[in-house]
Design a protein around this ligand. Structure first.
Ligand code: NAP
Length: 247
């Protein structure tokens, strides 16, 4: 984001899964607006490199969000958190339903659903009473794309929790951003040529004519954290990819 302000000056923002992609872009946006940003990730080198790119007063903390004891210790050390973003990713759980390996689907829940829930629960005692939480889900929750029922279950479960949590935990605000296809290192698992072809074919069908950039999603996260009149919302940031076509 190009225009820096002091919107988040004096505020602490924790970005879980902030050493890459969407989380790193969000951390960069908050740091540019004066926040003290703490990013987490499992890989030390990746974390250090991200902190150097994010700049400001950002710091990195090596942490596995699947580890409850590590999470509890982290939040005690972190002090009061004004805004929490949970961008931890998993990748397992996709594929045609008839052949879907249920152990793989369980791994998908372990990699994304449970860490996001665990992080939020561990953070609660340390979050500013009227601060904000932004979960990162995925358009697969509602896009009805063949082969994504497992991903729909993982991300849909998270999205379903947003409205009741927004009421239960008020005045803390709880929102989610639901991204479409975003060009991040998450896609490095797909061979470069295949990835380029996939992105090109998607760009031809997505209404805005391109796949997303991490900064697109960062703007949405920033907006939800900044706007104190928004809670209980799942914000689609998909370039129109998930709009109903009437098919
Ligand atoms: N990219 C897309 O097209 C897309 C689309 C829809 C939704 N999303 C969602 O957006 C979120 C961010 O994805 P991304 O594309 O930015 O992925 P990414 O570039 O792979 O970044 C994922 C981040 O999460 C960290 N992480 C993963 N597992 C962790 C764990 N157990 N504990 C702590 N940190 C962990 C990673 O660092 P370490 O690996 O070092 O731990 C990294 O910082 C994810 O929830 C993803 O499902 C992405």
């Amino acid at each position: 984001m190009s225009t820096a302000s002091n919107l988040f000056a004096g505020q602490r923002v924790v970005v879980m899964g902030g050493s890459s992609g969407i989380g790193e872009a969000a951390a960069t946006a908050f740091a540019a607006d004066g926040a003290e940003v703490v990013v987490t990730g499992r890989d030390r080198e990746r974390l250090d490199a991200a902190v150097a790119r994010i700049g400001g007063t950002s710091t990195g903390r090596q942490l596995d969000a699947t580890d409850p004891a590590a999470l509890a210790g982290f939040f005690v050390e972190a002090g009061t958190v004004d805004h929490l973003v949970v961008a931890v990713s998993g990748s397992a759980g996709s594929g045609p339903f008839a052949q879907l390996d249920l152990a793989d689907l369980a791994t998908g829940f372990d990699g994304k659903f449970w860490p996001q829930v665990r992080v939020l629960q561990a953070a609660l005692p340390h979050l500013r009473k009227d601060g904000s939480v932004t979960l990162i889900t995925a358009s697969s929750a509602r896009a009805a794309i063949p082969g994504t029922a497992g991903l729909a279950a993982i991300n849909g479960a998270l999205e379903a929790m947003v409205p009741p949590l927004a009421v239960e935990l008020a005045p803390l605000r709880i929102n989610a951003v639901s991204p479409g296809v975003i060009d991040t290192p998450w896609w490095d698992r797909v061979p470069a040529q295949q990835r380029a072809e996939l992105f090109d074919s998607l760009a031809a069908t997505v209404p805005v004519g391109r796949v997303g950039r991490p900064e697109d999603v960062a703007r949405a996260i920033h907006l939800l954290a900044a706007n104190t009149f928004v809670t209980g919302v799942v914000f689609d940031c998909t370039g129109g990819m998930n709009l109903p076509t009437g098919r």
